[in-house]
Structures are given as structure tokens and as C-alpha cells.
Design a protein around this ligand. Structure first.
Ligand SMILES: Cc1ncc(COP(=O)(O)O)c(C=O)c1O
Ligand SMILES: *[C@@H]1O[C@H](CO)[C@@H](O)[C@H](O)[C@H]1NC(C)=O
Length: 489
């Protein structure tokens, strides 16, 4: 639970209130002055709805220079951010040729495979020559190359399941698989902070959806008991099946899933476990095998293991791993397998090669070093941020660490000031987070050197003082005197 300081909550509400009121005021006058535009529509309804895009027009556009900044290099520890200019108060932004070389604290490049790698890159280039950028075909037509078959074997072996199927996009892996696994008469119990791809997959399935409090096993159990007792809506028949969907590391919170407790509850109530390891596979665990390895959960207890290749493996796409029977069924039925072009061959090769490095099958110990580095880097950075007085969310070992900003004015202030000092950070606000809980999200990489991190900490500390987001100032060092009194230093 995030407990927002009382005064901060008040000023945050006030800021949003002011923005809202001012926006409504401007909208009111725009309606009066633009009445003729409405009559120009000739009977069509406006394609961008007036009220729905209020947030975009009156809030997001003011700070849109902080988002979607164009990059002109690989997302390595340092990358090139292209500067933009605007002639209309940032309503539209134009690219310039000016480049700002920045320390990259935003990409999901956990193991540093996103940039050129001595083992992966030559193989990816070779694959590009041998195959092509695209198979131009679906998996069941001409889109299954030898690489695709190899990739599925490598992935199944890596995550510790009998079989796997891969897709060209991580988002689609969730949003297209859930509707195949479950439908009307089924029940999905979803963590309240699950990724949008899960939310949309669940909605698209037609199953009943219930949400449990974020990462709270006791509430999951309560919901399960109630739902099992109640059964399906109206008829009260037993549910056809129940799937509980959780993530390994929550991407906006940096938190590890309480998997052992959740698995125990699911076993007790005979509910299937669907685990999205987008941010945890490759990034945590002694050999990079994700949260099961880190938290000591047997992969046999996870029925559906999902993950993406867009983070630790520096590629694109997603996978589902499970029993032979399940994967075969998905290959017969999932529209993303039957109707979508298969994963690009060079991207597939990147995944195979990076997994080989992680496993040490490239004949070096680079994989093990990367895994040690990401852990060391993450824990160092997190503890330093906490010492400085920032409110940092998430758990140790997680490479994702959000720094709370809260107030909407602090989003652009933090982002712009960091960028000025060559540190590129990602800021996140509503609707990706609750309205009050805007944050900057730091992603640490094994590619960061200790000097990079120290430099980033200096900048973030300076900007943090400037913007006023050190919500937990460190207590002065107390020194216990012999006679029991305390001396402040
Ligand atoms: C938990 C989770 N699932 C799925 C996805 C979608 O994956 P992709 O970006 O590979 O499409 C993401 C993306 O960030 C994610 O965080
Ligand atoms: C426009 O964006 C720049 C940063 O790119 C920022 O410094 C400036 O304050 C913004 N202007 C407005 C009117 O928001």
C-alpha cells in the first residue's frame, strides 16, 4: 500500500482540480467560438469525442514533450535522444538534428542485450541474410522456419515446462491467449494492477472477471471462496474453470509477486495459475529463470507461464509455456498463431542467442556475470535512492524502481530537469497509474557501470531537491551516549 503524505495529497488534488477547472473554462469558450465547426460536420458525430479527449487536450498536451521522445541509437546504457522544437506551445513537436547523449534509465534492457552483443549480433545478422526480416506468412502457412521450432524448444527448456508457443508480440500473447483459454461460464480472477494486455484479454474472453487487491493473497482467497460459493451469475451453476492471473514483477510497482502464497491458495481451491513474467524472466533468479526460481516455486505448479522477449532478451515477441497438451491446443485454436505473421527470424535468433549466453552455452561466463550485475546494480541503486529520502516502491532484486512524484506539476519538472543533465527517465501518470500516484520509473540494466549509476544518483538527488520529491528526508544520525541520552549529529 502506498501511503501518500496528507499535504501532498491535498496539493495534488488541488493541482488536478485547477487543471480541470481551467480546461473546462477553455472548453466552454471554445464551444462558443467554434459553433460553426460543429455545423461543418454535416451530420457526422465528431470522430474524437469531446469529453473523452479532455484529459489529452487539457492535461497531457501540456507535458507531451516528456513522452515519446525520439531516440536515434540502440537502447543501451547511454543513448541518443533527439531534441524537438515547437512553434505552438508544445501542441505539436518537430524533430531537430540536435542530439542529446543521455544516460538511459528507462528501457527494459535488463541484461544489456538490447545493444550490440559479441555473441548475439553476428548471429542475428547472419539470420537476416539467410532468412529475411519477415516470414510474410502465418505460422500454419509458410511462417514456421527451423528457427521458430528451435526457439520454442529453447524457451520451453529455459522456463522449465514441457512445451512452448511463441508470438510476434508480447501484448498479443496475453490479449489473444486468454480468450482461447476461457470463455462464458468461466471465471478470471485478476490482480488489480495487472497489465493492460491482461485486462483486455480477460475482457475479450467473455468470462466473468473479478479483481483482487494488488498482491494480497488473503484477499484472493476471500474472492475465490465467495465466487466458488456463489457460482455463475443468475444460474449459480459451478464455474466451468477458474484462472488466477498474476505478474512476476509488477511493471509499474517494481514489486515481486507473492507467488508461493498465491500458488498455495490456487491449489487449495483448484484454480489454474496464469503467470505473466514479462519483467521477471531473464532478469531475476540465480540463472535468470524468473520469479519461480527466485522465490522457490516449482514450475510444475504454474499452469500457464507467459513472458515476453522485449525486456531481458533484447528482442520482440512473447511466449506461453505449459503442458504439451495445452500448447498443442493453443496452436490449433489461437488466432494470433493462425492468422498473424510469425515472429521475425532475426528477432527469433536474438532470443535463442541471448538465452544461450544466459545459460553459458556460448562457452563464456558472460551470462552469469550479467545476472550478478543486474542484481548488484538494482540493489545498490535502490538503497542509495532510499538513503537520499525518495519514496521508492518495489522489492529488493527487482530492476524496476518507481520514484513517487504525486503532483502533476512534478512530472514535467522532474523529467525535463533530468534530461537537461543528460539523464533520460520515464515518467508515468494517469491512466497508467491512479490519478494521485504519478511516478518516475527507473529501470536498471546490467549494462550500467558503477560510474553510470553514481552519476545518475547525483543528478536525481539534485533534481529531487529542486523539484521537492524527497518525501522521506533521512533522519539525522543519532548517536547513543553512554548515559542514555541521544546526540544528534
Ligand atoms: C506485464 C506485461 N505483460 C505484457 C506486456 C506486453 O509486452 P510487449 O511490450 O512485449 O508487447 C508488458 C509490456 O510492457 C508487460 O509489462
Ligand atoms: C515545451 O517543452 C519544453 C521542453 O521540450 C519545455 O521546456 C517548455 O516549458 C514547454 N513549454 C510549454 C508551454 O509547456
Amino acid at each position: 500500500m502506498i501511503t501518500i503524505p496528507y499535504l501532498t495529497a491535498l496539493t495534488t488534488y488541488f493541482s488536478y482540480g485547477l487543471l480541470f477547472a481551467f480546461g473546462q473554462f477553455r472548453d466552454f469558450f471554445r464551444k462558443i467560438f467554434d459553433w460553426w465547426q460543429a455545423s461543418n460536420l454535416q451530420g457526422y458525430a465528431p470522430i474524437c469525442l469531446g469529453l473523452e479527449d479532455f484529459y489529452i487536450r487539457r492535461l497531457y498536451l501540456r507535458i507531451q514533450d516528456c513522452f515519446g521522445r525520439p531516440i536515434s541509437s540502440p537502447p543501451d546504457a547511454w543513448f541518443d535522444v533527439v531534441e524537438r522544437v515547437s512553434n505552438d506551445n508544445n501542441k505539436t513537436l518537430k524533430r531537430t538534428t540536435v542530439i542529446n547523449r543521455c544516460l538511459n534509465l528507462g528501457s527494459y534492457n535488463y541484461l544489456g542485450f538490447a545493444a550490440a552483443d559479441e555473441y548475439c549480433t553476428p548471429r542475428v545478422i547472419e539470420t537476416l541474410k539467410k532468412f529475411s526480416p519477415s516470414t510474410c506468412s502465418t505460422r500454419v502457412d509458410g511462417g514456421t522456419t527451423t528457427l521458430h521450432s528451435e526457439l520454442e524448444e529453447v524457451v520451453a527448456n529455459f522456463v522449465g515446462k514441457p512445451a512452448a508457443v511463441v508470438f510476434g508480440m508480447g501484448y498479443v500473447t496475453n490479449s489473444a491467449i486468454l480468450p482461447v483459454l476461457i470463455g462464458k461460464g468461466g471465471l478470471i480472477i485478476s490482480d488489480s494492477l495487472n497489465h493492460n494486455s491482461i485486462v483486455n484479454g480477460a475482457r475479450g474472453s467473455g468470462a466473468t472477471i473479478r479483481v483482487f487487491q494488488h498482491n494480497t493473497p488473503s484477499h484472493l482467497e476471500k474472492v475465490l471462496r465467495e465466487q466458488i460459493a456463489d457460482g455463475q451469475p443468475r444460474t449459480h451453476r459451478p464455474w466451468k474453470k477458474i484462472i488466477v492471473v498474476v505478474e512476476g514483477i509488477y511493471s509499474m510497482e517494481g514489486e515481486l509477486c507473492k507467488l508461493p502464497e498465491i500458488v498455495a491458495i490456487c491449489k487449495k481451491y483448484k484454480a489454474y495459475v496464469y503467470l505473466d513474467e514479462a519483467h521477471s524472466i531473464g532478469a531475476v533468479g540465480k540463472t535468470g529463470r524468473g520469479v519461480c526460481e527466485l522465490l522457490g516455486v516449482d514450475t510444475a505448479d504454474i499452469d500457464i507461464m507467459m513472458g515476453t522477449f522485449t525486456k531481458s532478451f533484447g528482442s520482440c515477441g512473447g511466449y506461453i509455456a505449459g503442458s504439451m497438451e495445452l500448447i498443442q491446443y493453443l496452436k490449433y485454436t489461437c488466432p494470433a498463431h493462425l492468422y498473424a505473421t510469425s515472429i521475425s527470424p532475426p528477432a527469433a535468433q536474438q532470443i535463442i542467442s541471448s538465452i544461450k549466453v544466459i545459460l553459458g552455452e556460448d562457452g563464456s561466463s558472460r551470462g552469469a556475470q550479467k545476472l550478478a550485475k543486474i542484481r548488484e546494480n538494482s540493489n545498490f541503486f535502490r538503497s542509495e535512492l532510499q538513503k537520499m529520502g525518495f519514496e521508492v516502491l518495489g522489492d529488493n532484486d527487482s530492476p524496476v524502481m518507481p520514484i513517487m512524484l504525486y503532483n502533476p506539476a512534478k512530472i514535467p519538472a522532474f523529467s525535463r530537469e533530468c534530461l537537461k543533465q543528460q539523464v533520460a527517465v520515464v515518467t508515468v501518470a494517469f491512466p497508467a497509474t491512479p490519478l494521485l500516484l504519478a511516478r518516475a520509473r527507473i529501470c536498471i540494466s546490467a549494462a550500467h557501470t558503477r560510474e553510470d549509476l553514481v552519476r545518475a544518483l547525483e543528478v536525481i538527488s539534485r533534481v529531487g531537491d529542486l523539484v521537492g520529491i524527497k518525501y522521506f528526508p533521512a533522519e539525522p544520525n543519532k548517536q547513543q551516549l553512554d548515559d542514555g541520552r541521544v546526540k544528534l549529529e
